[in-house]
Design a protein around this ligand. Structure first.
Ligand code: URA
Length: 194
């Protein structure tokens, strides 16, 4: 897809997401959080759901987990401005509870459209919900890291959610190493498909 068309699609989606009423999370949110990043991003990160800071600002990963993510990206030789970031849900669940299956299902068309529009070289699932959003199954990151996974032919790297690193700093090394893998995969030729 030509980049001007991709940019238009992303702007249209952001507008639609900000007005979305597809599930009950829309009733209590301050702001819905559209995906963010360049339309030609080769790396596409999928988190879980907006938290308090994201709900206030309407932007993904701007709270404490976002700071960890920025640090991990930097350590991996990447910069946020070059990657696309969204989550499985685009509205904050009350008190940051886990996403419900019906919320994930209601929000999934946005994730699908984002992946189709960006057409990244590699997807990075941050945490088990990011993984579930892409792979459709409940899998534990610790048991899935390093396994070959794909979403419609695009490789998926499963790694820890930056919020998990806040509780266990030892996971930072693993998150950085997985982001480095994503970087090298993003520089390789496409293995399959488009
Ligand atoms: N955690 C997520 O998974 N997504 C966000 O946007 C913010 C925090």
């Amino acid at each position: 897809m030509p980049s001007a068309r991709k940019d238009r699609t992303l702007r249209r989606m952001a507008k639609e997401i900000r007005q979305c009423r597809k599930c009950s999370l829309s009733q209590r949110r301050k702001n819905a959080v559209p995906g963010e990043g360049p339309s030609n991003a080769r790396i596409f990160l999928v988190g879980e759901a907006p938290g308090k800071a994201e709900d206030e600002k309407g932007e993904p990963f701007v709270g404490m987990a976002g700071r960890v993510l920025d640090e991990a990206l930097k350590k991996a030789g990447l910069h946020r401005s070059k990657v696309f970031i969204t989550s499985v849900l685009r509205c904050r669940p009350p008190n940051n509870r886990n996403p419900k299956a019906k919320e994930i299902a209601a929000c999934r068309p946005y994730l699908e459209s984002y992946v189709e529009t960006i057409s990244p070289r590699v997807l990075v699932a941050l945490g088990s919900y990011g993984l579930r959003g892409l792979v459709g199954k409940t899998l534990k990151v610790g048991e899935t890291r390093g396994k070959r996974l794909d979403y419609k032919g695009t490789p998926v790297i499963a790694t820890y959610h930056p919020a998990a690193v806040l509780y266990n700093r030892k996971l930072m090394r693993k998150l950085v190493s997985d982001l480095k893998k994503a970087k090298s995969k993003s520089q390789a030729k496409r293995s399959r498909g488009g």
